[in-house]
Design a protein around this ligand. Structure first.
Ligand code: MAN
Length: 532
């Protein structure tokens, strides 16, 4: 509706003059419903050829209330053809074409009432009045455009300056980038050199670390085996060197289904499918399955529970068993194991551990190595900084290039509005338009901002290109398309949102006024041209 309004407004000056011309020439004889421009195609002394050239008929067939032409051109003043066009002269106002099917339909479409000639449809001629209003509106627009044109000129000047500044900045950034890249290269070379030295200097420390790591692994393996052996000896009640299902009977850890009985099948599971298992088998087959179970039972994934579990059973057995001394020894050994494990499992948070090991290794370097390590850290830091500088320059350049590519109007009149944000509240929402960036909506009762679209393009037609902006790809509508916003731009002395509506779900419409749209020259060009 607005774009029509806009075209209407812009052209109203033209049309007022047109209507004057029409009045002056309205006496030219022509069939009813024919415009002045088409009058020469209807010559009463000649046959009439339909506009599409398909049929030629005697002139008397024109407006005889029978449709002879496929294009309806023989019946401009009747409703006989579905596709005909009736021209209202509308003297005093702007002339108008309506579908000829509306002729004599009882509705006054032309302000001069000529479309309702049979009954005269009770139509009164309102053209003078409407024309007067239109002339006042046209005058208002002329005044508005005049008043806004100085502001527009300022915006053009600022816009052009903004573009030139951006180009200068880009040129400067290009120079900066060349420098920054050579610095980066230099820092990289330094880093590579010193890192190679560092690598060499740390070799001996790395080897020592690796040896220490290996040693630790071996110790752990040894300790694990010892634990396994102690557990085996403890479970091997009859000291035959072979574990049997009977020996596991009272040990709840092996009672997988927790039914209170350790069956042969359950024992076999721990014996790798066999009826018995010897120490070697226990260490390699049983212990890897058993240990995690014992740790889990404990709830800490530690060995303590095994021991407690086994200790309890052990206590019971002690009363029955004569070999209690031996078991006491095992218990003592277990306690020792527990102690050493507790130390080991006293976990520090990972970061602390890393810090600890870092500072630990730091202090281990000899002075010369430490100097090299410090120099390498510094070189790495310098390189990272140089790299960051290049990245920052790249990102600035990208941003400026994007802006330089934006269409800010024929004279850059919209350039200064880029990034300017305007708000308008209705009952439910606060709408925000950041020109050439995005449109958003925020519910007054709370919640986050909803994107109604990002800057897309100008979509006005031809001369009116810079009257419609499209913002697309907003947040997806529930079961619908992505939200989008169409902004209709008109001349106004102030840049602001005039109205917001949602004519279709998730398709928003904003009316926006700005002096940037006060193109007085176009307006006066129209009027002077039409006056002629
Ligand atoms: C929100 C708002 C409305 C929109 C609905 C669609 O409530 O963005 O503008 O119509 O979602 O579900």
């Amino acid at each position: 509706m607005y774009n029509l309004n806009f075209a209407y407004n812009i052209c109203s000056v033209v049309l007022i003059i047109c209507s004057l011309t029409t009045t002056a020439q309205s006496d030219v004889p022509r069939p009813r419903g024919v415009s002045l421009s088409k009058a020469s195609l209807y010559i009463p002394t000649k046959d009439f050829t339909c506009f599409d050239g398909t049929v030629t008929i005697p002139f008397s067939y024109v407006n005889d209330d029978y449709c002879d032409c496929f294009d309806g051109s023989d019946e401009p003043g009747t409703s006989a053809c579905l596709n005909g066009v009736f021209h209202c002269t509308n003297a005093g106002h702007r002339s108008r074409n309506i579908p000829s099917s509306r002729v004599n339909d009882g509705v006054c479409d032309c302000c001069d009432g000529t479309d309702e000639y049979v009954s005269n449809g009770g139509c009164t001629n309102t053209c003078e009045e409407l024309g007067r209003e239109a002339r006042i509106e046209a005058q208002r627009l002329v005044e508005l455009h005049k008043a806004g044109s100085q502001l527009r000129s300022d915006l053009i000047e600022q816009g052009k300056k903004k573009k030139t500044d951006m180009m200068d900045q880009l040129a400067q950034l290009e120079r900066d980038k060349t420098d920054a890249e050579s610095i980066k290269l230099e820092k990289e070379e330094l880093k590579v050199q010193i890192e190679s030295k560092e690598n060499e200097a740390l070799k001996v420390y790395r080897e020592a670390d690796e040896a220490e790591r290996q040693k630790k692994i071996e110790e752990e393996e040894k300790q694990n085996r010892e634990e396994a052996v102690l557990t085996f000896q403890y479970l091997d009640v009859d000291k035959t060197g072979l574990l049997t299902a009977d020996e596991l009977e009272a040990k709840t850890t092996f009672d997988k289904d927790k039914d209170g009985v350790v069956t042969e099948d359950e024992a076999n599971y721990f014996f790798g499918g066999k009826d018995t298992i010897d120490l070697q088998g226990f260490v390699t087959v049983t212990w890897p399955i058993l240990k995690p179970l014992l740790m889990m039972e404990d709830g800490k994934f530690r060995h303590d529970a095994v021991d407690e579990d086994i200790d309890q059973e052990h206590d019971i057995q002690q009363e029955e068993d004569d070999e209690s001394d031996n078991e006491k020894e095992i218990l003592n050994d277990d306690e020792q194991l527990e102690d050493s494990e507790t130390d080991e499992h006293d976990e520090l948070p990972l970061e602390d551990k890393e810090e600890e090991s870092e500072s630990h290794t730091k202090h281990l370097y000899d002075d010369e190595t430490q100097k090299i390590v410090d120099a390498a850290s510094e070189a790495r830091e310098m390189y990272t900084q140089a790299e960051r500088t290049v990245r920052e320059i790249d990102s600035n350049m990208k941003h400026i290039k994007q802006n330089l590519e934006k269409d800010y109007g024929v004279n850059e009149e919209f350039a200064t509005l880029d990034g300017e944000c305007f708000e308008l509240e209705d009952k439910e929402y606060v709408y925000k338009l950041c020109l050439f960036q995005k449109a958003t909506q925020k519910a007054k009762q709370g919640g986050s901002e909803v994107g109604l679209g990002s800057w897309g393009e100008w979509t006005g037609e031809d001369k009116n290109k810079y009257t419609i902006m499209k913002y697309t790809n907003g947040i997806a509508c529930w079961n619908g398309p992505n939200r989008s916003t169409t902004v209709y731009i008109q001349c106004g002395l102030e840049s602001k949102i005039l109205s917001v509506s949602e004519p279709y779900r998730c398709e928003y419409k904003m009316e926006f006024s700005t002096p940037a749209a006060c193109d007085y020259t176009t307006l006066s060009e129209h009027s002077s041209h039409d006056e002629l």
